[in-house]
Design a protein around this ligand. Structure first.
Ligand code: GLN
Length: 309
């Protein structure tokens, strides 16, 4: 067994037995039904994949999808994207509206809800919502090399029914001209890409391009340029965990993106693409055990971008 396999197995065992599990998101019934006892981890490193626990159970990727929509929108708009969304940590909760007034409807970064809605609007322009959503889903299936990845329609419908805050953010941005498309269309695509279901194994596969300078290490296919991969990683490090981003960098030391479904995609540049999932969240809406597991893994493997112990 490799050192990575041993680490992954031990971490999964420890996580399964920990009593502190955080609180499962309960704003829609579909997420509230998740088992707080679940924990999965998949790591694609230099020697292949190491997975343990519930690594093959699909979960709602929620805001982890924002990494992939950012990648697509940068491909479509290039640096013009930055006229519509900033690149600074927000220091606010993921669904906060306060900063939009100060900055004329331009969200602070692509990973808070307002920023991701603006990014989704860029992908939607010139398309029907169904086409834009198809682009997003097919992109994920392509980079994960798995056509079984799907959108959980019940989750998307619930989000739409209860998404008053996201509708407020979108309408507010629209009033400043930051969104081009009808607000309902943009929100529909946003809710659906948040509702994509993936397992840790699929998510780690999808993240490989960020760990390898923009290219799929197996096929050699360039998903994005090395510069773009580096910059997406920088944004994940500074903004990927909302107002818990500083703490995540301090403890884990890797670019990472969380979602309220309890998933986290973390990247060890040049080394590994890592996905963890545990539905219990901390006060910032980030997976509680997911963060602890990543902290243990980064420490054991010496993967923190800030240096090994
Ligand atoms: N769909 C969720 C929302 O828009 C995503 C939030 C998250 O994962 N942090 O509220």
């Amino acid at each position: 067994m490799t050192a990575l396999n041993a680490a992954v197995r031990e971490i999964a065992d420890e996580m399964a037995s920990r009593p502190d599990r955080g609180e499962v998101a309960d704003y829609i019934p579909e997420l509230a039904r998740a088992d707080p006892g679940a924990f999965g981890i998949a790591v694609i490193g230099p020697e292949g994949i190491a997975a343990a626990g519930d690594a093959d159970a699909p979960f709602s990727i929620q805001s982890v999808s924002k990494v992939f929509t950012l990648t697509l929108a940068l491909g479509l708009a290039g640096d013009r994207l930055w006229n519509r969304v900033g690149r600074e940590p927000s220091g606010n909760p993921f669904n906060s509206i306060v900063q939009l007034e100060r900055e004329r409807g331009v969200p602070r970064n692509p990973f808070i809800n307002a920023g991701a809605i603006a990014v989704t609007d860029v992908i939607l322009s010139g398309h029907q919502p169904r086409e834009a959503l198809g682009e997003i889903l097919r992109f994920l299936q392509f980079i994960a090399e798995d056509e079984t990845i799907y959108i959980d329609d019940a989750v998307a419908k619930s989000e739409r029914r209860t998404g008053f805050r996201n509708a407020a953010l979108a309408n507010y941005m629209k009033s400043f001209g930051v969104l081009e498309n009808p607000v309902d269309f943009t929100l529909g695509v946003y809710f659906h890409h948040c509702a994509i279901a993936m397992s840790c194994r699929q998510l780690a596969m999808a993240g490989r391009y960020l760990a390898h300078s923009g290219r799929n290490p197996t096929t050699g296919f360039n998903v994005v340029s090395p510069e773009r991969a580096r910059r997406i990683n920088a944004l994940m490090l500074t903004c990927g965990h909302y107002d818990g981003s500083g703490e995540f960098a301090y403890r884990v030391g890797l670019p990472g993106k969380s979602g309220v479904g309890g998933g986290i995609l973390a990247i060890a540049p040049g080394k590994a693409s890592i996905a963890v999932w545990s539905p219990g969240l901390d006060a910032n809406g980030n997976s509680h055990l997911g963060r602890i597991a990543l902290e243990m893994l980064a420490k054991r493997m010496g993967w923190s971008i800030f240096g090994a112990d």
